[in-house]
Design a protein around this ligand. Structure first.
Ligand code: EPU
Length: 427
């Protein structure tokens, strides 16, 4: 079993280059099935979710070629399948973007119910509502979601909740529907705008992405395009929180500072100092970490995907911080693991109360999910002694080259392989 061993005590110092945004990449890669022709996508993050999506495309009959580490050429002209089977869909959420994209391309899609991080129930009713409104029939048989349509027609859809997944999935189908689709109460995350820009570069006609209303005029044909994915807001925020937690001084490069505002605002309130350039931020802390309250909300609110990392950072703050989760029903599974390291956190429903402590102490913990795993790395970097993190498969789904990046910043972190149940000698 693979683990990370993180030994705390070194403030992070130096420069880290941020990779392409995971949640944009996992929408843009399935979107390539809408093109007749080659797409060349740059700034692809080196993460296992991307590897899996490229494998799904290959198994469907697409030609996929890496050009170096960060660029991929995808040609879906000769796709032969419109099915994503259980073994490929079960481990990731974004596999369901093939429903919208394949409906758009060929009016037919069969995709196994998606996996991904477990935050309690993750319904897909809004996706189905959108597809059905456009004229598709959708049924779920033995875990397989089957969607088909004679013709997709443009319609007016009001989403009952603000959802990233349904906004993306319905956009993917609507670009090829007949007529005008108006989507209201949509998600506004930077990766929604990035996907819209990519689709427009392929010949789609989408306006309003990044606002509450998206208008899409369906087109008959979409062609290949060259595109570069936006930087990962959450990867950048994670290194910023690690810098602040360890009392370090880190410059995060290759970012869009505007996307970081909801995060920088809370880090400043907690006592961080931040300098800004065109595509970088310098984050450092000299004084004591201060208590703050954080409430997660859809963009432009504080992102839920930074919630566990903030909690890890605030374990060391002076006073009691309160985190309210405003997006997911159950995103505090990682709290038990932080408490194993000596944190003092209690959870009541969607609220976590964090009493700051003087020190954390290294212990064996597990990554309960992707961002919960990132929280373990941050806590491990501030803890006394070594923290061994199990189930790192979750972390590697979404953080590229994390050991190399943390080590380059002076953190003590290794990836090891040990038989199940055994602990490394470091503990
Ligand atoms: N929801 C519904 N019905 C639906 C869809 C969603 O009720 O049909 C609810 C969910 O239960 C949740 C809320 O709406 O309470 C928001 O869910 P959303 O659809 O926005 O989430 P998602 O698309 O499944 C994406 C990211 C998550 C991130 C959320 C919120 C991807 C692949 N995943 O999930 O990212 O937490 O948006 O921003 O883009 C992560 O990167 O760690 C991660 C979990």
């Amino acid at each position: 079993m693979n683990r990370f061993v993180v030994t705390g005590g070194n403030p992070l110092h130096g420069t880290v280059k941020i990779g392409g945004a995971k949640n944009a990449a996992v929408a843009i890669i399935p979107a390539t099935v809408l093109a007749r022709g080659k797409c060349v996508i740059d700034n692809i993050p080196n993460i296992s979710d991307v590897t899996l999506l490229l494998r799904i495309l290959t198994e469907m009959g697409a030609t996929v070629r890496m050009q170096g580490k960060k660029t991929v050429e995808i040609d879906t002209t000769h796709l032969v399948s419109h099915t994503v089977p259980y073994n490929l869909a079960k481990n990731m959420r974004a596999s369901y973007y093939f429903i919208g994209a394949l409906l758009g391309r060929s009016r037919e899609a069969s995709v196994f119910m998606p996996g991904g991080c477990n935050f309690g129930v993750r319904p897909i009713d809004q996706h189905i509502k959108g597809f059905e409104a456009m004229g598709a029939s959708v049924d779920i048989d033995k875990g397989m979601i089957n969607a088909q349509a004679e013709q997709l027609r443009g319609v007016h859809i009001y989403f009952d909740v603000v959802t990233v997944g349904a906004t993306i999935n319905v956009m993917l189908a609507a670009v090829r529907a007949k007529g005008l689709t108006i989507l209201e109460n949509v998600a506004k995350e930077p990766h929604i705008v990035d996907l819209a820009n990519f689709l427009n570069s392929m010949g789609a006609d989408i306006r309003g992405a990044g606002t509450d209303v998206i208008k899409i005029h369906g087109v008959d044909m979409m062609h290949g395009a060259n595109y570069s994915i936006i930087p990962d807001q959450i990867e950048a925020g994670t290194y910023m929180a690690a810098a602040v937690a360890t009392g370090g001084d880190v410059r995060v490069e290759n970012i869009i500072p505007k996307h970081m505002e909801p995060i920088t605002a809370r880090l400043l309130a907690a006592g961080a100092q931040i300098e800004e350039g065109d595509d970088w931020l310098r984050v450092f802390r000299t004084g004591r970490l201060q208590r703050i309250n954080v409430k997660t909300m859809p963009h432009p609110g504080f992102p839920t995907d930074m919630q566990p990392q903030m909690a890890a950072m605030l374990t060391m703050a002076e006073g009691t911080s309160i985190i309210t989760e405003g997006v997911w029903d159950n995103r505090f599974k990682y709290v038990d693991e932080l408490n194993r390291l000596g944190a003092r956190i209690t959870v009541d429903g969607k609220v976590a109360v964090i009493e700051g402590v003087e020190t954390l102490t290294g212990a064996p913990v597990k990554a309960t999910d992707l961002r919960g795993g990132a929280a373990m790395i941050i806590a491990g970097l501030v803890a006394r002694g070594s923290t061994e993190i199990e189930e790192i498969i979750h972390i590697e789904r979404g953080y590229e080259d994390v050991v190399e990046k943390v080590t380059a910043l002076g953190g003590d972190m290794k990836r090891i392989t040990l038989p199940d149940g055994e602990l490394s000698k470091a503990l």
